[in-house]
Design a protein around this ligand. Structure first.
Ligand code: PLP
Length: 412
């Protein structure tokens, strides 16, 4: 018998070290040894400014300095402050609410909480959620934590376009063995490639999901993880695709993992929401009821101060304008960094996945572990993915970008 104490389902959990933590420690060690100027830490998952300091919005800092202790620190209602929930829906759609639809939201600690609730409450134990092969590693962690499993569809086809055929094939296969599917899309500004699903792709995806829904016994649940949407372009552009979800059959539920982490650069304040969108009022009422109960049973309430911020941003045009401007400046900064990298990649013949916007660029690399190890000789610390190298342009100051693409090319 084992001398360890955890129950059987928790045995060995977390034994594999977190790869992001490992690279970021190696980068920190290198900085200590040879100095910040010579080291490129390409592993960070947050925006750092041109001086490599943690970036935050002054308007958000000032907001938190002036709100009352009660609004900052008291409990929020279990489901979230009502004006936060309304603001989360309004901010998400911004005039692009699909016709003949109903939406409701439940506050969660970040998008992570929304994903957790969806995987747990909309899949039976042991069923699989369908995620892209290139994707945020935590989907798997969250699924496994709740005795759910994962299957993958190929995000890209041989021309680096959205792989609709793989999505169809995998969704169809799952629907043969499950009464329901939860299909995850992380768009726009996908982690880790910066890819965005186009409106033309969405038309095809929605047509296919409607075909699947013709079998009334099946439940089709889509999860749109929009964690990076505010860094993908102008709101009216990035949200247009929501209009396509009009008049859905009752057995298609569209859910949205709404997150304030990146949008307001308040990653650690843990605020987001699970939003449900359906042609049925009852379906979204159920989403609200069930997930409020889950809040109670998992983490109680979300962070009141962050919820208050979103609600007030939506009520106060001046505050909104100030934050929008500060955010736009960082969006442009990342576009500039990415632009330099992508241009050089083209010059040196380095193949990347199609980057549209966002925090990360990914280079396909069968030998990613070896290549990232080689890169450390050039003092570049990047995350090795399964078959790729992730470059976090969100954290690299512009002056350090030139030359990185060429060094990656050599390391491959
Ligand atoms: N989805 C993706 C793709 C992410 O990269 C992240 C954060 O890194 C999240 C969701 C969730 O973030 P949070 O729980 O902080 O909202």
């Amino acid at each position: 018998s084992s001398t360890f104490m955890v129950a059987s389902h928790a045995a060995n959990k977390g034994a594999k070290p977190d790869p992001v933590f490992a690279v970021s420690k190696a980068a920190t060690d290198a900085i200590a040894a040879i100095g910040k100027e010579k080291v490129v830490n390409a592993s960070i998952g947050a925006i750092y400014d041109e001086e490599e300091q943690f970036a935050s919005f002054p308007a958000v800092q000032n907001y938190f300095k002036q709100i009352s202790p009660e609004e900052l620190m008291n409990y929020a209602p279990i489901g979230g402050l009502p004006d936060f929930l309304q603001a989360a829906i309004d901010v998400t759609f911004q005039g692009n609410f699909p016709e003949n639809s109903f939406a409701r939201a439940v506050a969660t600690p970040g998008g992570t909480g929304a994903i957790r609730h969806l995987f747990f409450n909309y899949l039976e134990q042991g069923q699989k959620a369908l995620i892209p092969d290139w994707s945020w590693g935590n989907y798997r962690t969250i699924a496994h934590e709740h005795q759910r499993d994962i299957d993958t569809y190929m995000l890209f086809d041989e021309n680096n376009r959205f792989n609709i055929n793989s999505l169809k094939e995998k969704t169809g296969a799952l629907l043969k063995v499950q009464d329901r599917v939860v299909v995850v899309f992380n768009t726009p500004a996908h982690n880790p490639t910066g890819h965005s699903v186009t409106d033309a792709d969405w038309v095809q995806i929605i047509d296919f999901m409607k075909e699947c829904a013709q079998d009334q016994q099946k439940k089709i649940i889509l999860l749109l993880d929009i964690a990076y949407i505010e860094f993908a372009g102008e709101p009216e552009e990035t949200r247009k695709f929501f209009r396509l979800f009009h008049d859905l059959p009752q057995n298609i539920l569209v859910t949205i993992a709404f997150s304030m982490s990146k949008s307001f650069l308040i990653y650690g304040m843990r605020s987001g929401a699970l939003i449900g969108l359906s042609s049925s009022q009852e379906v979204v009422n159920e989403l609200s009821q069930v997930n409020i109960a889950s809040n109670r049973g998992v983490w109680s309430n979300g962070t009141r101060g962050a919820q208050r911020l979103l609600a007030d941003v939506w009520k106060n045009p001046q505050l909104k304008e100030a934050i929008d401007q500060e955010r736009a400046a960082y969006r442009q900064l990342m576009a500039k960094r990415a632009g330099i990298f992508m241009e050089e990649a083209q010059e040196v013949g380095l193949n990347t996945f199609p980057y549209h916007s966002g925090f990360f660029i990914t280079i396909p690399a069968a030998n990613s572990a070896e290549a990232t190890q080689k890169l450390t000789q050039d003092h570049i610390y990047a995350l090795a993915l399964n078959k790729g190298i992730r470059i976090a342009i969100c954290g690299i100051p512009t002056y350090k970008i030139p030359g990185i693409a060429g060094k990656i090319k050599k390391a491959l």
